[in-house]
Design a binder for this molecule. Structure first.
Ligand SMILES: [Zn+2]
Length: 378
């Protein structure tokens, strides 16, 4: 059997995520208001590594309590409990933080009974714009007489709203829904000639935003709305960079320090960009959600072994975790998404991944046991 090179360094990745959860390295201090995002990456990473079951119960309860301290008055979650007390105008529930909090709670197998599900479902409905897109937050006007939508227009928020809706609505939910057709039309209007999806209509195609659009449609049960599936598959698969041999010692390029060595084999977000660990997930996660009726199935159109080698030989780090580019120090986003890409490809020693919610399959199965009726029993 061919030598497949190094495998997943499970123990060091577990130690890395636990270290980051307990004491975030100083490089994250600028993200202090966004700690729920960092917690999500660590918790999902541990779940993919089958490590959550070994974390003491008290510790997991403390993590859950911390997440609930981020819950905002009136629905949704904020990025950190440290901004508590600023009031609803300056500190409302935030859509991405709400997704990260709920996905982390589901990964911790929390029963979500402490979630203000009704307030949160009302919140995502209020966040929807007339064009079907979603704003990241809504706040009271200065005079306190009304409310206004804040933040930019971005496909990421459509994904977060679709995921929050999926997690909380359950079946037979009585709370008024978002306008699903309008959200689907918004994603459709953001599909470009090349089959990729941009930040919004007319914006350049990008792998991360294509994932957000495709996963949103999947969670809304509307993947069939991808009007040019063949082009979308072509766009995604064309983002795999070719494998490059390491530079030789006497190569002139060695003196040109603008050209970092890119081993290739993984993916980039836009053509002619450097291979980057997170794009391994944005692309493979997207492909995993597309109909597999075509022959060959979309996932079989990429070189999975080359992607695996890029991740495990070039960005998996000695101290645990994965870096963004070959040789980079690890960070929690690229560590989680590197594992997520390996998991979606069926890497041994990892749990399978639910490509749409970006949580381990076990977490989505747990959610399925909660979904029936949990949004109707209050
Ligand atoms: Zn990246």
């Amino acid at each position: 059997m061919a030598d497949r090179g190094p495998g997943v360094g499970t123990e060091r990745h577990v130690a890395y995520f636990l270290r980051c959860l307990d004491l975030l390295p100083y490089i994250y201090t600028s993200n202090d208001l966004n700690r729920i995002t960092l917690a999500y990456f660590c918790i999902v990473g541990l779940d993919l590594l089958h490590a959550l079951q070994d974390v003491p119960l008290e510790k997991k309860e403390a993590w859950k309590d911390w997440i609930y301290r981020c819950q905002a008055e009136g629905g949704g979650f904020r990025g950190s409990p440290q901004v508590e007390g600023l009031g609803r105008r300056y500190d409302p529930g935030h859509l991405p933080s709400t997704y990260f909090a709920l996905a982390a709670l589901v990964s911790l197998r929390d029963d979500l009974t402490r979630v203000d599900w009704e307030g949160t479902l009302h919140l995502i409905r209020r966040l929807q714009r007339k064009d079907g897109s979603f704003a990241p937050f809504v706040m009271e006007t200065v005079d306190g007489q009304g409310e206004e939508l804040g933040g930019e227009v971005d496909m990421r928020f459509t994904y977060c709203a679709s995921a929050v809706r999926y997690i909380l609505r359950g079946n037979d939910c009585k709370v008024e829904d978002v306008k699903v057709d309008s959200a689907v039309d918004y994603v459709k209007s953001s599909i470009n000639y090349d089959g990729g999806i941009g930040q919004g209509p007319g914006c350049e195609s990008h792998a991360g935003l294509t994932y957000c659009g495709v996963a949103a449609l999947s969670l809304l049960g509307r993947v069939d709305a991808l009007s040019n599936l063949r082009q979308t598959i072509r766009f995604l698969t064309s983002l795999q960079n070719q494998v490059n041999a390491p530079p030789t010692e006497d190569a002139d390029a060695a003196s040109d320090d603008e050209d970092e060595y890119d081993p290739g084999g993984g993916f980039c977000g836009r053509h002619n960009k450097m291979t980057d660990t997170c794009y391994s997930f944005w692309v493979s996660g997207s492909l995993s959600l597309l109909p597999s009726t075509s022959n060959p199935p979309p996932m079989d159109l990429i070189d999975k072994e080359a992607n695996r080698k890029y991740l495990l030989q070039h960005t998996q780090h000695k101290i645990g975790g994965f870096g963004k580019n070959a040789g980079d120090p690890p960070d929690v986003l690229h560590s989680c998404l590197g594992l997520a890409s390996l998991a979606v490809q069926g890497e041994e020693r990892l749990q399978g991944l639910d490509g749409a919610l970006c949580v381990a399959e076990g977490a989505r199965e747990f959610l399925a046991t909660l979904r029936t009726g949990h949004a109707t029993d209050k």
